[in-house]
Design a protein. Structure first.
Ligand code: ZN
Ligand code: ZN
Length: 343
């Protein structure tokens, strides 16, 4: 098969399409013919070598959609059949650890088959995936938008609904709102009955964010949007969805009303930052991390897209050979939503 194999960490030029051995459906795996693979901000960190547990050489890509072409012996009774159309989760849960047995599969203590980190991902014509890492999609949902939903809308739904406990009538601040997660988080939060305030560094993206459903958009290049948030929302916001990381974290924290929650999902620059513990104590803030989604989250957003309640945001579709260009576009913040690669 053809695949983009990362052999050494580095710049986009390290992403070269080459001939690679076909993966096989062994043990509990399902072999998927990839029809679309979305490019995530995490892929840029992966490519730079930002995750110490990552194995090399590695085929990047943890957001793919495709068709089942073969089943391993352990996947024969998994409910999947050849021809099924599927999308993936970040990694399969074990189903047996304390967390899994408590229904908290995203906190599985034995999950290790992480696409693009420890097992090959979707920048390829074929990918072998554990059957518990797959979810079926309906025939009416094309592969390109389908590939973008897991790490954007479903991750946003998990962060807002489960980790952030967002409820009807609350106000939520979404930082870095024009990114892949942000453009879906705006729609999901709106669907959940929240008032949505979005931040962006680009004045040119304001109209697009308002069109997606944001009630208010604040343009800030230096992360000091909290004064404006406070001015426009007496007392601050109930929940902040932090999609950028160090550049906006303290601005988001200072935008919270007393007792507010901040859910950290994005970490683009991967820099450490200083937090004032006194503010946490005095104002009763909660800092919560969230990075994955469950089968149910993904099934729920597939349903929402199918019924037209939210719209997948595909900025453009490129051939797999253009993976380096896709990374450059993302690094330059030249896209709204996801770039999708097709083999
Ligand atoms: Zn992702
Ligand atoms: Zn588990």
């Amino acid at each position: 098969m053809r695949a983009v194999v990362l052999r050494q960490p580095g710049g986009p030029e390290k992403l070269i399409l080459e001939e690679a051995p076909d993966p096989r459906a062994e043990a509990d795996d399902v072999l998927v013919r990839v029809r679309a693979s979305a490019v995530c901000g995490r892929d840029l960190i992966d490519r730079r070598g930002g995750f110490p547990m990552m194995k090399l050489p590695m085929i990047l890509g943890h957001e793919f959609a495709g068709e089942v072409v073969a089943l391993g012996p352990g996947a024969a009774t998994s409910g999947f059949s050849v021809g099924d159309r599927v999308v993936n989760l970040h990694l399969p849960s074990c189903g047996n650890c304390r967390r899994c047995l408590a229904g908290e599969t995203i906190l599985c203590e034995r999950a290790w088959q992480s696409f693009g980190h420890t097992v090959d991902g979707g920048y390829a014509e074929l990918v072998a995936a554990h059957h518990r890492a797959l979810v079926k999609i309906p025939d009416t949902l094309p592969f390109e938008p389908a590939s973008t939903l897991m790490c954007t809308a479903a991750v946003a739904l998990q962060a807002l609904r489960t980790r952030g406990r967002l409820s009807l009538g609350e106000t939520v601040l979404i930082t870095g709102a024009s990114g892949g997660v942000g453009v879906m988080a705006i729609q999901v939060a709106r669907r959940m009955g929240a008032r949505v305030i979005a931040t962006t560094t680009s004045p040119a993206k304001v109209d697009a964010l308002l069109a997606l459903g944001a009630h208010d958009v604040i343009v800030s290049k230096d992360g000091t949007f909290h004064n404006e948030v406070m001015r426009r929302n007496d007392g601050g916001v109930d929940l902040a969805l932090e999609l950028t990381g160090s550049a906006t974290f303290n601005g988001a924290l200072r935008s919270l009303r007393r007792g507010g929650r901040i859910v950290v999902v994005g970490n683009i620059e991967t820099e450490k930052l200083a937090v004032n513990p006194g503010a946490l104590i005095v104002y009763g803030y909660s800092i919560i991390g969230s990075g994955r989604c469950t089968h149910r989250d993904l099934e729920d957003v597939i349903q929402m897209v199918g019924s037209g309640e939210i719209l997948a945001q595909v900025d453009r579709i490129l051939p797999l050979a253009e993976a380096a260009l896709a990374h450059r576009l993302l690094a330059d913040r030249a896209v709204v939503g996801r770039v999708v690669l097709v083999p």
